[in-house]
Design a protein around this ligand. Structure first.
Ligand code: GLY
Length: 353
């Protein structure tokens, strides 16, 4: 996988004009959803190439991350004359950049694309690192491929329009990047005031956070080894997310990840010696900003079953990424069910209000 260029924008208009000019192409296409068409496109529509690009508008939200929407994008590319040399700009959140990236990577065996993520979650995670895809057969990201964008442009001005919950959701992935990188970055993240957002400071943190992910992806683009570090918090987090959805009280991905981080740091404390004081600091931050996920002991078995079905497992063995300390990563760790149940007890006792 080629290394993708990630740019923390000073001026999206300038940075995007330059990125478009760097990629030889015949026709330019622009993928938006019903929200980014209205709210974000005006910020770049003065660029002459963008103004004359063919726009494809899809439905927003994860419910549209499916084969039908993908076929709609392929169809519009095809009927509007896209060639192997055409260029697609994806303007949206993680659902759109995943789907648009996959549409581009498969159309005529692959055309170039630029990602302009508009949510914090997409900026620090989904739009960077070359994972593309759609949901299929009721399973998230079941179909997809690794395919890097030619450029990823991070315009943090978009974050000013996000609500607090969506900022918190993306921030959980940043917290994860802090935990798998270094103490200085983690301290910066833990001292950030989520209730009075300093957007200039947030921009710097986003830049640093993305570098953590870029470095890991550069070393292991196809997730054979160290890229699994990015799964910290996600094994239990995905189980919370699935349980919440099944119970008709869906939670944003990053909230589930934040709660998953607390649980997996407890497992790290038990199995790999993660320091207790640091665990307490993370618990305090997560409890203050994300509240608690409520469940009772009758649901432990269901959560365990959900974890067993995580697609990152092999041979039905639940595979955790744990930490020995900040930046000290222990891949492919197993945990006994008895200790996982103890983890849920610990979570409920420490995260309750
Ligand atoms: N979201 C985790 C990864 O990109 O590997």
């Amino acid at each position: 996988m080629n290394k993708q260029e990630v740019i923390l924008c000073d001026s999206l208009v300038e940075n995007l004009s330059q990125a478009i000019a760097r990629i030889p192409h015949d026709r330019l296409f622009l993928l938006t959803d019903e929200h980014t068409h209205t709210l974000c496109l005006p910020l770049i529509s003065d660029i002459p190439e963008v103004a004359s690009a063919k726009e494809i508008i899809i439905g927003a939200e994860d419910v549209h991350k499916n084969l039908e929407t993908l076929a709609q994008v392929w169809m519009e590319l095809s009927t509007q004359g896209a060639s192997r040399k055409s260029l697609l700009i994806n303007l949206g959140g993680g659902m759109l950049t995943d789907l648009g990236g996959f549409a581009a990577s498969t159309f005529k065996r692959g055309i170039a694309f630029i990602n302009i993520p508009t949510t914090l979650l997409a900026m620090v995670d989904a739009a960077v690192g070359g994972k593309t895809g759609i949901n299929f057969n009721g399973l998230k990201n079941e179909i997809g491929c690794f395919s890097p964008a030619a450029s990823v442009l991070l315009e943090t001005e978009f974050l000013r329009t996000l609500d607090q919950a969506n900022i918190c959701s993306g921030y959980a992935e940043m917290l994860k990047h802090g935990l798998i990188s270094n103490q200085r970055h983690l301290d910066e993240l833990l001292s950030f005031d989520m209730n009075r957002i300093d957007y200039a400071l947030l921009k710097g943190l986003v830049g640093e956070s993305v570098k953590v992910k870029e470095e890991i992806v550069a070393n292991d683009p196809h997730e054979h080894g160290i890229r699994k570090a990015l799964n910290l918090g996600h094994t239990i987090g995905h189980a919370f997310e699935s349980l919440a959805l099944a119970e008709g009280r869906p939670v944003l991905h990053g909230y589930a990840v934040a709660w998953g981080l607390v649980c997996e740091l407890y497992l790290s404390y038990i199995y790999t010696g993660f320091p207790k004081e640091l665990l307490q600091q993370v618990i305090y931050f997560v409890r203050s900003n994300y509240g608690a996920y409520r469940f009772d002991c009758k649901q432990y078995e269901q959560l365990y079953e959900l974890m067993k079905h995580d697609k990152k497992n092999s041979n039905g063995i639940i595979n955790f990424t744990l930490l020995r300390g900040v930046g000290e990563i222990a891949l492919n760790q197993q945990a006994e069910q008895r200790i996982i149940n103890e983890t849920f007890d610990f979570f409920r006792e420490n995260m309750g209000e």
